[in-house]
Design a protein around this ligand. Structure first.
Ligand SMILES: C[S@@+](CC[C@H](N)C(=O)[O-])C[C@H]1O[C@@H](n2cnc3c(N)ncnc32)[C@H](O)[C@@H]1O
Length: 308
């Protein structure tokens, strides 16, 4: 009985998501801004994902850990792996595509950095300011990552987590981050990447699924780990070294965990009203497709560290 019901719910949600999908297609940076404005204002994303809009890090692929703690762990892992942890306290860090400031606050609190977070969504900036304790050296601004309003070499470190899939021009995204990084500074990026077409082209089923993954959450295109590495390497602002890694295995449990979060927090979801349940159900097919795509390595969780 449970499985019939679960199957019915998934089919219903899938139908609903197809019906509504034209709302979520990438059209321009304004479409990304308005998607994040409404995801912020309706509060469902924050109730389910907390203050970090990114996947969690699970050591040894073990799901035996709180979803929110795993997200904080991802931030610490990336700080350590990228070498950002070696920068002295007081270093200036730019958080590109900062969401509601989850990473920025950790970078300021735990590492003593002075952080500026930028996002395309004005609702996220308001929420980030609201969630930030007074006196913490974090400021937030509405700004387009492809037109950063900072001088060349203005930052000791540049941080960007899961913003890349929304960028229509990956070369410009790489160029802008490297431009504002000082020589010898550190760039740390985590991204959702597609399998490189040079490794194996997509079959028909994969192309169909990829189209959904793009259309559902305002993604113009995913870079592959190799193509984004090349974007960084060929940038005229690149002067140092670059390394990449694949953290798919350590982040994979996040997808199923994010569905369980709704079950673990029914009161919080219900407190947002009955519409929130429908909105939550609508995301389930995309989350399951993401899980499938990352499991089969059609998608990969790429991380990048570079010296300016
Ligand atoms: C998946 S969220 C990640 C948020 C945050 N990095 C985190 O980990 O919690 C993607 C973020 O990228 C931002 N973004 C997308 N396109 C952008 C652009 N062109 N300029 C600035 N921010 C952008 C979104 O507004 C959102 O804050």
């Amino acid at each position: 009985m449970f499985w019939v019901l679960a199957f019915g719910i998934v089919i219903f949600a899938f139908g609903l998501s197809i019906w509504l999908r034209s709302n979520r297609r990438y059209a321009s940076s304004s479409s990304v801004a308005s998607a994040y404005d409404s995801w912020t204002n309706d509060q469902l994303l924050e109730v389910l994902w907390g203050e970090h809009i990114h996947l969690g890090y699970y050591r040894n692929n073990s799901r035996n850990r709180d979803f929110r703690e795993s997200k904080e762990e991802l931030v610490h892992q990336l700080v350590r792996w990228s070498g950002l942890s070696r920068l002295p306290r007081g270093s200036r860090i730019l958080d590109v595509g900062c969401g509601i400031g989850g990473s920025s606050r950790i970078l300021a609190k735990a590492y003593g950095f002075e952080v500026i977070g930028i996002t395309i969504s004005s609702a996220q900036v308001e929420r980030a300011i609201c969630l930030t304790e007074q006196g913490l050296p974090c400021t937030f601004k509405v700004m387009d990552a492809l037109k950063l309003e900072f001088e060349e070499g203005a930052f000791d470190g540049v941080w960007s987590v899961e913003a890349g899939p929304h960028m229509p021009d990956k070369q410009r995204y790489a160029d802008e981050m490297l431009r504002v990084l000082r020589p010898g500074g550190i760039l740390a990026v985590a991204d959702w990447n597609r399998r490189d077409p040079g490794d194996r082209p997509m079959n028909q089923l994969e192309s169909l699924i990829m189209q959904q993954l793009l259309n559902q959450w305002v993604h113009p295109e995913f870079a592959s780990i190799d193509s984004f590495r090349r974007n960084l390497l060929t940038s005229k602002y690149f002067g140092g070294s670059i390394e990449t890694d694949d953290w798919t295995e350590s982040t994979l449990p996040s997808w199923i965990e994010s569905i369980f979060e709704g079950v673990r927090r029914p009161r919080d979801v219900l407190a947002l009203g009955p519409k929130a349940i429908l909105m939550g159900l609508r995301e389930i097919p995309t989350i399951l497709l993401m899980h499938w795509a990352f499991t089969t390595r059609l998608m990969q969780f790429g991380v990048f560290r570079a010296r300016g």
